[in-house]
Design a protein around this ligand. Structure first.
Ligand SMILES: C[S@@+](CC[C@H](N)C(=O)[O-])C[C@H]1O[C@@H](n2cnc3c(N)ncnc32)[C@H](O)[C@@H]1O
Length: 300
């Protein structure tokens, strides 16, 4: 199986539309993250697993005409749409690269800001991707990760069909080497990857029957139907029945859905080589003021 095929959600047109919708929904969170620790003018940033847009438009604004943004994604379908959107928006400082996040081919230490959103939870080699991201950041540069944690994923009133699908998908992810509870571990993973000045924040969205994300869980279950059945986690008939029951429950104006918690964690690559005690930095620009350590602990 190729790395692209390991991504269970694929790159069908519905999935591309969903990603763009989701990107717009989480834009305020991304803007907040970039205000805290984002790249300044004339710097280089990379959005790892950028999808059809990711946060490349925001990064493009931050680095300005004198900077560069690289977007990397493993799925050609994502990059086709990304190319179109980047051209339509006139984002002339954005360059797109097709490849696996763990082996981008970009120069180590070449970026001031390395970011990924909603990728690590969806790849079996998240540790390798994170290590590669750290390697891409220059000494003193920032690595920032946004990913979800299903700790908050509930509906109310509760419904057995909801729990059945959450459990089946959680197990599917686990069997594929992925973790739906990754979000809470991000600060720890960044620390273990050698970063310092770790900051963390998290936020939760709640939906009602008229929001497209009210049905995200059942939509996901339908999208990974074959994988769920092939893994023996649920039979076709039971899945159909469960989805039908849950759709009816979620369509009730009295039912609310609490989305997985979006965690944001960020940290800096140490400026000094901890083994030799010698500074690795020569002639690189300082991080922007927004990345002042007094700022990054806010919300932790
Ligand atoms: C849920 S989408 C998120 C897209 C984007 N980061 C955003 O927040 O809108 C996950 C993206 O990661 C990409 N992806 C999955 N595995 C990857 C890998 N090994 N290397 C690079 N990109 C990968 C997928 O193709 C998809 O575009």
């Amino acid at each position: 199986m190729t790395v692209a095929e390991q991504y269970l959600m694929g790159a069908g047109s519905d999935e591309l539309d969903r990603m763009l919708f989701q990107g717009r929904m989480f834009r305020p969170e991304a803007e907040r993250l970039l205000r805290r620790c984002g790249p300044g003018p004339d710097t280089r940033a990379i959005d790892v697993g950028c999808g059809p847009l990711g946060i490349m438009d925001l990064l493009s604004e931050h680095v300005g005409p004198g900077g560069e943004v690289v977007g990397i994604d493993v799925q050609p379908g994502m990059l086709d749409l990304a190319r179109r959107l980047v051209a339509e928006r006139g984002l002339t400082n954005v360059r797109l690269v097709e490849g696996d996040a763990a082996e981008s081919g970009e120069a180590p230490g070449g970026f001031d800001f390395v970011h990924t959103r909603l990728v690590l939870m969806n790849v079996p080699h998240s540790a390798a991707v994170l290590a590669a991201m750290v390697a891409l950041a220059r000494p003193g540069g920032t690595v920032a990760v946004q990913d979800v944690d299903w700790i908050s994923r509930v509906c109310d009133p509760p419904h057995p069909a909801w729990n059945r699908l959450v459990d089946a998908i959680t197990e599917l992810w686990r069997l594929n080497g992925m973790d739906v509870l990754l979000g809470r571990r991000l600060p720890r993973l960044l620390r273990e990857a050698g970063l310092t000045d770790i900051g963390v924040d998290a936020g939760i969205r709640v939906f009602q029957h008229d929001h497209p994300y009210q049905t995200l869980l059942v939509d996901r279950a339908e999208l990974c139907r074959d994988a769920l059945v092939e893994r023996g986690l649920i039979g076709h008939d039971e899945l159909d029945g469960t989805i039908g029951e849950l759709r009816a429950h979620l369509a009730d104006p009295g039912t609310i859905v609490v989305h997985p918690t979006l965690f944001q964690a960020w940290g800096r690559v140490p400026e000094v080589n901890e083994v030799t005690g010698v500074s690795d930095v020569s002639g690189v620009s300082d991080l922007p003021d927004a990345a002042d350590p007094s700022d990054v602990t806010e919300g932790a």
